[in-house]
Design a protein around this ligand. Structure first.
Ligand SMILES: *Cc1c(COP(=O)(O)O)cnc(C)c1O
Length: 453
């Protein structure tokens, strides 16, 4: 069957996420027949380099043979068993190995099936912890401006992205907002650390006034993804950890997007030398194969629920909690980190990308070109396009497709979050196709002569 047949059938029967469906009258929907490595293929033999790892989940690209093998092996043993009253090898092994990745600090793993559910779990756990420990007045949450923690009604209360939140405002319980340490918000003579210090001072003022009624602060460590890849100094996390300790407030790190090496360390919070009280993981955890999320917490959080009374326990449940196939995909993902020095390989890829991107950075309308983290191995890049035409994001998406590239700008922010399997040649394609797609949309009028091909 050809692309068009699939498109017609999809538009009739499938309600696509994050989409005004009417837009598809003029805007392409791409049926994908197969994926391999960094590439997606449609039904007519066209291919697209997946520069966003399919919404940030396909960590090692598509169809990774090791992940497939582990899922297939698990399929012959046990596809699923409920996790209340039962347990199984993949969930035990995964919990132990994730705990070991935190040096045992976050040693208790509670599972969900998607990121928003992990946010809900972390918020409920923090709230319930204070209730169990005799501080029931600690019910409030703090989030950063431009935060994103998912789109269920509970997680929207700590999310600050207008396009997702405003429509549902009447349903959402408000939570307190403190300024983002986003480096782009620094004043002219300020650097990233100074911006972080300013934002931390605002957090301190808020905590000084409201700590008695605050359960937790939730942050996306180092990179605020959905708001447009806002990046900030690890200094902020260090200070937030100190303040949360000082004022007895939980620190929740939402590493759903930034965990598993994305910012150049296995967990982003490692670059600040801190651990949160609760960490949320999802997206890359199964390498993009199956839905899974997990909240891991400290022993101190866990012990507050350990009691003779049933209702002091954490009674939250999801039907697919700890699904063995999803856990086996996550174990395979961890295997890949154990077998190879993934971060060192990413650093080499990143060096290559940074070198190639020099001409792109020099385009007169490109602003704030940035890479995640401070280790050089971060695998998220972003930049803003100044004076972009109306409809820029859609135009660049379409221009990218013509150049065998899947780009999904957020407003005027263009970003790359490529799979770790990217070869040097594919990195070259990523940068040059982005460069030319940008020129297609922005016009050659700017007259930059560049050596890029
Ligand atoms: C994607 C994301 C979520 C929500 O995850 P879903 O699986 O889409 O519900 C939460 N927090 C962050 C930081 C994310 O990037």
């Amino acid at each position: 069957m050809q692309n068009n047949t699939w498109i017609d059938r999809s538009l009739k029967a499938v309600w696509h996420p994050c989409t005004q469906m009417k837009r598809h009258e003029t805007f392409p929907l791409i049926p994908i027949a197969k994926g391999e490595g960094a590439w997606l293929y449609d039904f007519e033999g066209n291919r697209y380099l997946d520069s966003v790892s399919s919404w940030w989940v396909n960590l090692f690209g598509h169809g990774h043979p090791h992940i497939k093998t582990r899922i297939k092996a698990q399929l012959d043993q046990l596809e699923h068993v409920m996790l209340a009253g039962f347990t199984h090898a993949p969930v035990i092994e995964l919990s132990e190995r994730l705990s070991a990745r935190t040096g045992g600090t976050l040693g208790h793993a509670f599972y969900g099936s998607d990121g928003a559910s992990a946010t809900e779990i972390a918020l409920k756990m923090s709230f319930h912890y204070w209730r169990n420990t005799g501080k029931p007045e600690k019910t409030g949450f703090i989030h950063l401006s431009d935060s994103y923690h998912g789109e269920t009604i509970g997680s929207l209360s700590v999310t600050d992205v207008a396009i997702f939140k405003d429509t549902y405002a009447a349903l959402v319980k408000p939570s307190a907002e403190v300024p983002s340490p986003d480096t782009r918000k620094a004043g002219v003579h300020e650097n990233a650390d100074m911006q972080a210090a300013k934002a931390a001072a605002a957090l301190e003022a808020h905590l000084a006034a409201h700590h008695a009624t605050t359960a937790a602060l939730i942050v996306e460590p180092l990179v605020q993804g959905a708001a447009g890849m806002a990046m900030y100094s690890p200094q902020y996390l260090r200070r937030a950890r100190e303040l949360c300790d000082q004022y007895q407030v939980h620190l929740i790190c939402d590493e759903i997007a930034v965990g598993f090496g994305r910012t150049g360390s296995f967990f982003a919070c490692e670059q600040a030398g801190i651990w949160p009280d609760l960490i949320c993981l999802s997206k890359g955890i199964t390498g993009g194969f199956l839905p899974l999320s997990v909240v891991m917490c400290t022993d101190s959080v866990y012990q507050a629920f350990y009691h003779d009374e049933v209702t002091k326990g954490f009674l939250h449940s999801h039907s697919y909690t700890g699904n063995p196939l999803a856990c086996s995909a996550a174990l395979a993902t961890l295997d890949l980190f154990d077998q190879d020095d993934v971060l060192a390989r990413n650093r080499a890829t990143a060096d290559h990308i940074n070198t190639l991107a020099a001409a792109l950075k020099a385009l007169p309308y490109v602003r704030d070109f940035r890479q995640a983290g401070t280790t050089g191995a971060g695998m998220i890049w972003a930049f803003e396009v100044e004076d972009a035409p109306i409809g820029f994001a859609q135009q660049l998406f379409a221009a990218g497709l013509k150049r065998e590239l899947l780009l999904r700008p957020m407003g005027n922010t263009v970003y790359w979050m490529p799979p770790y399997c990217l070869s040097h040649e594919e990195a070259g394609h990523l940068v040059s196709a982005t460069f030319h797609a940008l020129q297609d949309v922005m016009g050659q009028a700017c007259g930059v002569i560049s050596g890029i091909t």
